[in-house]
Design a protein around this ligand. Structure first.
Ligand code: NAP
Length: 254
């Protein structure tokens, strides 16, 4: 028999997991995207796009589509979705596992200021006008309206109107290479970087470039998430699924 698996995506790891499970006849997967980007790169594996309608909507979806397992492979900053997953999985009696991506840690030579919110990040840039490389999402830009004295270069997947007086958008999708990041930071005479601590390999090179140029980084740390069973690698998730598949009677009780 097959195990019906819903994967909440938004990360490269979610896609890789769906592809990996596609070649295993024991599992049927559906990969779910929020639909945040206009230029969604559709995977080859079965997928859907759009919200479920809160935790209650997700619970209904899990039960109606008879899912046996829920995998939270969302972005570390997608805190609402991760919280919804915990509530819905509990209510629907569907086992849940979350892929926990470790945050980046400062290394020798880094000049980080670690903050909790985007508003804190905007304040930490300081009063004097600076050239800021904003590596944050479109939905988070509003916080920087409180610091209009700075010039912003915003890198985002899609182009958009940032609604800030001195801001440009650089539409680009990672992964980004060290040499390109170095060129960008130098060429744009960037004074400071604001970044979310996504822990992603695809966007880490900017931090190495910042270190080598001595550029300070304001790092917005990952939000706290409600407790859930955690996996740190895709292998751990596959092992968990293997165990669920091997215990068909018990699996809905987990
Ligand atoms: P969020 O605030 O956690 O989620 C808001 C709502 O979006 C959820 O309640 C859910 O709507 C829907 N949603 C989120 N992920 C979903 C998924 N995988 N499948 C279906 N619906 C989903 O997350 P966010 O608004 O997407 O982003 C918050 C932060 O994460 C931002 O910092 C953003 O830059 C970052 N981020 C997100 C993604 C992504 O793919 N979502 C990728 C990269 C970075 P319902 O309540 O209606 O179910």
């Amino acid at each position: 028999m097959t195990l019906n698996v819903l994967i909440l995506g938004g990360t490269a790891e979610g896609r890789v997991l769906a592809e990996r499970l596609a070649s295993d006849g024991r599992f049927v997967t559906l990969l779910s995207f929020a639909g945040r980007t206009a230029s969604l790169q559709r995977p080859q594996t079965p997928h859907r796009v759009g919200g479920f309608g809160g935790p209650e909507g997700l619970r209904t979806f899990l039960q109606r589509e008879r899912f046996d397992a829920l995998i939270d492979a969302t972005h570390p900053f997608a805190a609402q979705m991760s919280a919804n997953a915990v509530r819905a999985a509990h209510a629907a009696h569907v086992p849940l596992i979350r892929l926990a991506r470790p945050a980046w840690r400062p290394q020798a030579g880094d000049r980080w200021t670690q903050v909790v919110t985007m508003a804190d990040a905007a304040g930490a840039i300081g009063d004097a006008p600076r050239r800021v490389f904003l590596s944050v999402g479109r939905t988070e830009i509003a916080a920087f309206a409180a610091a209009p004295q700075h010039e912003y270069l915003i890198r985002a997947v899609d182009d958009f109107d940032p609604g800030l007086p001195r801001a440009r958008v650089l539409a680009a999708r990672g992964p980004f290479a060290f040499a390109d990041e170095l060129r960008l930071l130098r060429g744009e005479a960037i004074d400071v970087i604001v970044s979310k601590n996504s822990g992603s390999d695809a966007t880490h090179a900017k931090l190495e470039a910042a270190r080598s140029l001595g550029i300070p980084v304001i790092m917005v740390e990952q939000p706290a998430l409600p407790p859930a069973r955690l996996a740190h690698t895709l292998d751990e998730i596959v092992a968990w699924l293997n165990a669920l598949h091997a215990a068909p009677v018990a699996r809905r009780e987990v």
